[in-house]
Design a protein around this ligand. Structure first.
Ligand code: RB5
Length: 148
């Protein structure tokens, strides 16, 4: 299952991505928001990040206006590697090198077609392991240092 969330700035792109994921047969859990009313992106970022960190969702997608706030918020949750991407190369690398478990997009930065293409690039890529796993282990070490 894939958890997805947005604020008002990411709602339109999120809805387009949900339609794309449904077409691919991917089961989606939508954490909101559901309308154009102004909301606070950390609330939705935290919900999706906690679903991924706990294992109740395999992976997540977050969308706000720029993607910046959502990535900052989601990366506060231990175990989350949330990657804000703006092109297909970044989306692929986010999986191949960074094993990003949350993809973050800016609804005011890219259009719906581009957003779905970035989701596709991220979903279809594979983590390369090897030297990249060593680097992820070092990131986990930083988390552990500051969780004490
Ligand atoms: C909301 O206006 C906007 O600040 C939010 O969507 C996001 O861009 C924050 O990083």
């Amino acid at each position: 299952m894939l958890a997805i969330g947005s604020d008002h700035g990411g709602l339109k792109l999120k809805n387009a991505i949900i339609a794309y994921l449904n077409r691919r047969g991917i089961v989606v859990s939508d954490a909101g928001t559901t309308d154009d009313a102004s909301v606070d992106y950390p609330d939705f970022g935290q919900t999706v990040a906690e679903m991924v960190a706990s294992g109740s969702a395999e992976r997540g997608i977050l969308v706000c206006g720029t993607g910046i706030g959502m990535s900052i918020a989601a990366n506060k949750v231990p175990g989350i590697r949330a990657a804000l991407v703006t092109d297909a190369f970044m989306a692929r690398m986010a999986k191949e090198h960074n094993k990003a478990n949350i993809l973050v997009l800016g609804g005011r930065v890219i259009d719906e077609r581009a957003g779905c293409e970035l989701v596709e690039a991220w979903l279809d890529a594979e983590f390369a392991g090897g030297r990249h796993q060593i680097r992820l282990d070092k990131i986990s070490g930083i988390e552990q240092k500051y969780s004490r």
